[in-house]
Write a protein that binds this ligand. Structure first.
Ligand code: JB3
Length: 206
């Protein structure tokens, strides 16, 4: 498990619930305040990963993704380039259509929903209770935060962050590294590297 914070603890809960064993946590910060990691070996330097051969272990990307933080993607690309494989994690109570496709290293958490025809890119997080409707194309290294709603045929580029409880209307395309803030409703396409904020009720929507 790379990372030992909030996101990693949620993933550990899912994996342990599925009877999987986590042999080590790699994080510079202490994990002692998180009982879920009790009894698991802890290494503070990423160099420790190379102690484990890529043919013997799978990695879990337990570092979350907040707007404009490159760390999660960087770690993923560094270790896949060294031949390591990242585990694809699907919570037992997530609802994934058998006509949807989930790429390697993607993570669909508790009560996440991915409908028919949808595609989820590698290393992307579909967080707790998020809904990805039919025929959406969600690229790699995205974070669809808790309870976000993506209506049908939404497409995203790489590195997109969609905040908690945001709503994206159907057929909207969101370009690379764009951010939709928590609680916002997006009704038109969003350019790369731009941020869309919720409309304050007093503001006139132009
Ligand atoms: O909003 C939700 C539901 N989850 C958030 C998630 C998506 O993103 C969560 O609330 C946090 O905002 C964030 O989760 P994350 O990344 O677990 O954040 P935090 O709890 O701050 O933990 C970061 C972990 O990454 C810590 O254990 C750090 O030690 C570790 N870390 C930081 N840099 C690193 C590195 N670990 C490794 N292996 N290498 C690093 O370079």
């Amino acid at each position: 498990m790379i990372g030992g914070g909030g996101h990693a603890s949620v993933l550990a809960d899912i994996l342990m619930g599925q009877g999987r064993e986590i042999i080590a946590v790699i994080s510079p910060d202490s994990i002692s305040e998180r009982p879920i990691f009790d009894g698991i070996a802890h290494f503070q330097s990423d160099d420790a990963i190379e102690k484990f051969s890529s043919s013997d272990v799978k990695l879990v990307n337990g570092v979350g993704f907040l707007p404009r933080s490159p760390l999660r993607k960087k770690l993923y690309q560094r270790y896949t380039a060294q031949g390591y494989e990242f585990e694809t994690i699907i919570a037992s109570d997530a609802s994934i259509s058998s006509y949807a496709s989930i790429a390697s290293g993607a993570q669909v958490l508790t009560r996440g929903i991915v409908q028919t025809g949808a595609t989820i890119g590698e290393n992307t997080i579909i967080n707790t209770g998020a809904l990805v409707e039919h025929d959406c194309y969600i690229a790699a290294h995205n974070h669809i935060a808790p309870k976000a709603v993506l209506c049908g045929q939404v497409t995203t580029g790489e590195g997109v962050f969609i905040g908690a409880n945001a709503t994206i209307l159907q057929n909207i395309s969101i370009k690379n590294d764009a951010v939709v803030a928590a609680g916002a409703t997006l009704t038109m396409c969003l350019d790369k590297n731009t941020t869309h904020y919720p409309i304050r009720s007093t503001e006139k929507y132009t």
